[in-house]
Design a protein around this ligand. Structure first.
Ligand SMILES: CC(C)(COP(=O)(O)OP(=O)(O)OC[C@H]1O[C@@H](n2cnc3c(N)ncnc32)[C@H](O)[C@@H]1OP(=O)(O)O)[C@@H](O)C(=O)NCCC(=O)NCCS
Length: 221
């Protein structure tokens, strides 16, 4: 997600943050994000304790080169995680940590942000620690996250913005079957330079990539 919805400068909450409690009739995911188990990884709610691992995984030059700047400190990640839990409870946004089987260390994330009421059109984004690139983890987690978006959140149209120079990110989107729709000229400011991005979409009625995997996968809670 190249426009990260979390803006540290606008976050005035005091840690530890009180999590907004959704009303009793709210969907389960607003109260408690389920853990989704794939072949290689589990996607689960981020925890404050994930902050050091996510800081180490996502702030390297290689990982952050084409995405909006991640928080610049462990404390910044703690604030981001607390903010994401409040946004989830408010029904605006969900963010899954990526945890390889046999470990409890978060190595990346998939985030989904509602661009209109009730997630109809949403934007997603993802990043993984570089040592997991090319390992198959991306597709495993992406199928879980996209299927959760379509089947549980009710997303109809899932958008991704990728810097045109981000060959790897675009390659990953292509593999998922995303369709390029347009060019967003000079839409991402990175290291003082305005970069062009392309818009890539998956539609609910075209999404078959994760269905088998979703049926086979267990929702852990
Ligand atoms: C985006 C990201 C999560 C994808 O994970 P990944 O493990 O690298 O993805 P994969 O290796 O499964 O898929 C990438 C594909 O792009 C291909 N690719 C790599 N470099 C490429 C390039 N310069 N041009 C075109 N395709 C390229 C790879 O060969 C691979 O395809 P293949 O499996 O058919 O060989 C990861 O690269 C990442 O965290 N990047 C930094 C964060 C980021 O840019 N996020 C925004 C993405 S829009």
């Amino acid at each position: 997600m190249e426009k990260m919805p979390y803006q540290p400068s606008l976050d005035t909450a005091v840690l530890p943050a009180a999590i907004d409690r959704p009303e009793p009739s709210a969907p389960d995911w607003r109260r408690d994000l389920p853990a989704l188990r794939g072949a290689m990884v589990t996607l689960r709610e981020m925890r404050i304790a994930d902050a050091p691992a996510l800081f180490a995984a996502l702030t390297t030059e290689q990982v952050s080169r084409f995405i909006s700047p991640p928080p610049s400190s462990v404390e910044g990640f703690e604030r981001f995680i607390a903010w994401s839990q409040r946004q989830r409870a408010a029904g605006q946004y969900v963010c899954f940590a990526v945890v390889p089987h046999g470990s409890d260390v978060a190595i990346g994330l998939y985030q989904i942000r509602s661009l209109e009421p009730a997630f109809g059109t949403s934007e997603w984004g993802f990043a993984l620690a570089e040592e997991f690139w090319g390992s198959g983890v991306f597709m495993d987690g992406a199928k879980l996250a996209a299927t959760f978006a379509f089947e549980v959140l009710g997303v109809r149209r899932l958008e991704a913005r990728a810097a045109v120079r981000n060959g790897r990110g675009i390659g990953a989107l292509r593999k998922l079957g995303a369709v390029q729709e347009g060019l967003l000229r000079r839409s991402l400011l990175r290291h003082g330079e305005w970069l062009d991005q392309s818009l890539w979409t998956l539609l609910a009625d075209e999404w078959h990539g994760g269905r088998d995997l979703w049926i086979a996968a267990s929702v852990v809670h």
